[in-house]
Design a protein. Structure first.
Ligand SMILES: Cc1cc2nc3c(=O)[nH]c(=O)nc-3n(C[C@H](O)[C@H](O)[C@H](O)COP(=O)(O)OP(=O)(O)OC[C@H]3O[C@@H](n4cnc5c(N)ncnc54)[C@H](O)[C@@H]3O)c2cc1C
Length: 457
């Protein structure tokens, strides 16, 4: 894999002062506890930090940043570990102890610590008829998702995850603790800037009133891919904002975790979320039920907490790699190209090639481009050592093949290290990048945080 960070220090720094400065645990890099502390969904990253801090509050995060800054070191954050970044030669702040999750039904908000996954918020909100604007899986952390914009299955109705953030407690690259909200430039920078401008300690997110939806997944046979993909393109163009849909060509691994009818097969996966009664949802979806006979049809009226049924993402840890881009439009030629480069006839080391509707509404933060571009393309692949060179080349090539329809930008949450190396600065449009860079220059003048890793500097 491409290494964006060259370790600049030996792995045997004296951490005594750091231990004095923080309340939470501090580990030397070789400590066996580090493996469990940094274990998350993605098994691909190989971290080689100079030390690891298990932050318990904002003061711990601030002290860790100040300690690293004084030693000319970088600081990286590991939360619920879905990203494929390997952090080397930096101090890692682990946020798993920042586990506050307070739902306020009257205010329709949740205050969440930086270590909290969407699943907890959604479970706590559901009894009040509320839910959170999560991504394809509630196994992802709220903060990791929203700091990258956050493209989810309800996006056409409720916007990006970042559009629903109301307040953030954040530690800057100078080690200052700031409370920021709408109108504050640091707030804007955090929503789409990942950890370039600060490390989030807590976030207040707005919840939305959804108790049930009509949706889920339909799987079609590989032979129906051309008919289904072309029909999807025409169908989705006429949908209202109460419906969000995406379509994927899935190469299901031959593993026990895969459901028997799909195991080891290439299939087409239609994802549907519709806000409305079942009778309405049935009508909305009927053209896609007629286009081919599904292998499995799991679309139904479901409680809001069952949102994972739309994308059916895996939750068991695995080595995973991602890339993608924003698309301006999807024409019949776009679909033909997808079928040509990623259709079932191809032998490819990827699991998912997907097209998602993203056309959102109100936009906050520096990922604004995601809401203006009506679609994304995403590629997810298994990042095992034997495929370490092949996967990025194939994945980036698949996205490049759609360049004629691309905006040239990449959702920040889809930006693997190789994506950033190939397209530096592409996580933002020109305006978003300029705004973010200006804030980062003020809040992280020494480049302690993630700006360089994210291709901003
Ligand atoms: C199975 C799967 C499904 C996914 N589905 C979607 C989806 O539908 N939509 C979408 O938009 N993305 C999706 N993603 C991408 C995901 O949103 C990003 O990888 C996100 O960064 C994961 O957050 P994390 O806390 O799990 O990751 P980690 O690996 O712990 O952190 C990743 C990065 O998030 C940032 N970050 C985390 N915590 C903080 C913090 N406290 N302060 C500042 N920055 C922080 C940092 O840049 C950090 O390097 C998916 C990923 C996977 C593996």
């Amino acid at each position: 894999m491409t290494e964006l960070f060259t370790p600049t220090v030996s792995a045997s720094l004296d951490l005594t002062e750091l231990r004095r400065a923080v309340t939470g645990p501090v580990w030397d890099p070789g400590d066996v506890a580090v493996v469990a502390e940094l274990a998350g969904f993605n098994l691909a990253p190989v971290h080689e930090p100079v030390g690891v801090v298990g932050a318990t509050d904002a003061h711990d995060v601030a002290a860790a940043v100040r300690w690293a800054r004084a030693r000319d070191l970088g600081v990286a954050v590991v939360a619920t570990g879905h990203a494929d970044f390997s952090h080397r030669g930096t101090l890692i702040v682990s946020t798993r102890r920042l586990d506050r999750c307070d739902v306020d039904p009257a205010a329709r908000t949740a205050v969440v610590g930086a270590g909290v996954k969407w699943a907890r918020v959604i479970e706590a909100a559901a009894p009040h008829g509320l839910t959170g604007v999560s991504g394809s899986t509630t196994d992802v952390g709220v903060v990791g998702f929203c700091t990258g914009g956050g493209v989810g299955p309800m996006i056409r109705r409720f916007g990006l995850g970042s559009d629903r953030v109301r307040a953030i407690t954040v530690v800057t690259g100078e080690g200052a603790i700031r409370e920021v909200g709408p109108g504050d430039e640091l707030f804007d920078a955090m929503l789409g800037g990942k950890d370039a401008a600060g490390i989030v300690v807590e976030m207040t997110v707005e919840l939305v009133e959804v108790s049930r939806f009509y949706g889920g997944a339909i799987f079609y046979d590989a032979a129906d891919a051309p008919a289904v993909l072309h029909a999807w393109r025409e169908w989705q163009a006429g949908l209202g904002e109460n419906t969000t849909t995406s379509i994927a060509i899935l190469r299901m691994p031959d593993l026990e975790a895969a459901p028997p009818p799909l195991r080891g097969r290439t299939v087409v996966h239609l994802r549907v979320w519709h806000l409305g009664p079942e009778i309405e949802g049935l009508e909305v979806l009927s053209p896609m039920r007629r286009v081919a006979t599904p292998i499995v049809d799991m679309v139904d009226e479901l409680p809001s907490a069952a949102i994972d049924a739309v994308h059916c993402d895996p939750t068991d840890p695995m080595p995973s790699w991602i890339t993608g881009g924003h698309l301006r439009e999807i024409t019949a030629e776009t679909i033909d190209t997808v079928l040509e480069i990623a259709g079932p006839q191809r032998e490819l080391p990827v699991i998912i090639v997907e097209l998602r509707q993203t056309g959102g509404r109100g936009v906050r933060g520096t990922q604004g481009v995601a809401a203006r571009a009506p679609y994304t393309v995403g590629v997810v692949a298994p990042m095992v050592p034997a495929l370490a060179e092949v996967v990025p080349a194939v994945g980036l090539g698949l996205v490049d093949a759609l360049a004629a329809w691309s905006t040239g930008t990449v959702p920040a949450n889809y930006a693997s290290p190789e994506t950033i190396a190939a397209r530096p600065g592409a996580c933002w449009d020109d305006d978003g990048r300029a705004r973010l860079a200006a804030v980062v220059a003020r809040t992280d003048p020494d480049g302690v945080l993630g700006g360089r890793r994210l291709g901003l500097r």
